[in-house]
Design a protein around this ligand. Sequence first.
Ligand code: PLP
Length: 409
Amino acid sequence: MALINEHFLKLPDNYLFSDIAKKVNSFKVTHPKEKIIRLGIGDVTQPLAPAVVDAMHKAVEDMTSKDTFHGYGPEQGYSFLIDAIIKNDYTPRGITLEPSEVFVSDGAKSDTGNIGDILRHDNSIGVTDPVYPVYIDSNVMSGRAGVLESGKWSNVVYIPCTAENGFIPDLPSRRVDILYLCYPNNPTGTTLSKDELKKWVNYALANDVLIMYDAAYEAYIQNPETPHSIYEIKGAKKVAIEFRSFSKTAGFTGVRCGYTVVPKELNGFTLEGKRVQLNKLWNRRQCTKFNGASYITQRGAEAIYTPEGKEQVQKTINYYMSNARIMKEGIQKCGLEAYGGEDAPYLWIKAPKGLTSWKFFEKLLYEVYIVGTPGVGFGPSGEGYLRLTAFGDRDDTLEAMARLKKWML
Ligand code: PLP
């Protein structure tokens, strides 16, 4: 008899996006003629950069000949990609990394979800709220989150980020061992300044806190003062793991590639207080459970760092960020409060007075046929907000704003 991991049973049945899909699908059945504009799920719509496609074609060619064929690669990633990552994403920001501190993977969802494998089940967790749901759900699965009581997990410290505090999280009210920070933030689209991030790094250094820093959207930062990496802050290598993704940077949501940085200076502790390099544990975990991202994928990712690749990828990011500007202006003209959208492809909209997130979602779907994501799906402090993404087609984005204007004004 195989006993199950009963922590899975604690997870609420429905995942946010399947609830949304159900509502949208039943609306489609009753309104088959209406054109629905989907600005809900954070998936990209524009094709891969030609430089990436060329590199992937070439990599496929490599696979056709015995001399250039690639079987299993290094679990940590090919050095051609790791070197390009360090040279382009870190060295220009004054950050030095050894190649063995970078782990290429199939994306940041897997890594942020799997990182808990190397940490004890009874660490306490802190999250900014609202937050990307994977951080909490993966900790629920390992038993680390405790039990769900009135919409909150008992062993999770929620740090509210709302319009009232300008989306700047306060230091946690009680001790946490592991803290998740995601900047630019999904879902609020807001960022932390260097000083604010410094506050967190110093707090972690003083309190032996491990920071999980998810920088999946760093490529969208426009403000030259905003940090792209937590390692821009002195001392951060001693306290933080950083997650990056090519999904939104370069349209890799369907290709699958990202990477995680685990500095060698970063330690965890045994119960007896002995220091252990987390880099060693993550390396062991990856070598045992992961066989590397494919050669073809990694050649594609490498091409993002070529001069043509950089230019093409930036063009697509600019396209999405123009959508974000159009949306923010359009929404604000309608008299709604909108946040984010300046250094991130997400807009976080305050629901009109008296409407919950789900009521606002339904109103938008039923009356203007626009699909957003109810903010409460990202955590208790998301109640009363709705997330829209800038990843749509330009025409759809313009039409959505026109519909909204007609509806509100
Ligand atoms: N981290 C954040 C904050 C995200 O919003 C997402 C995707 O939406 C991911 C990670 C997942 O990225 P990937 O596609 O690399 O798994």
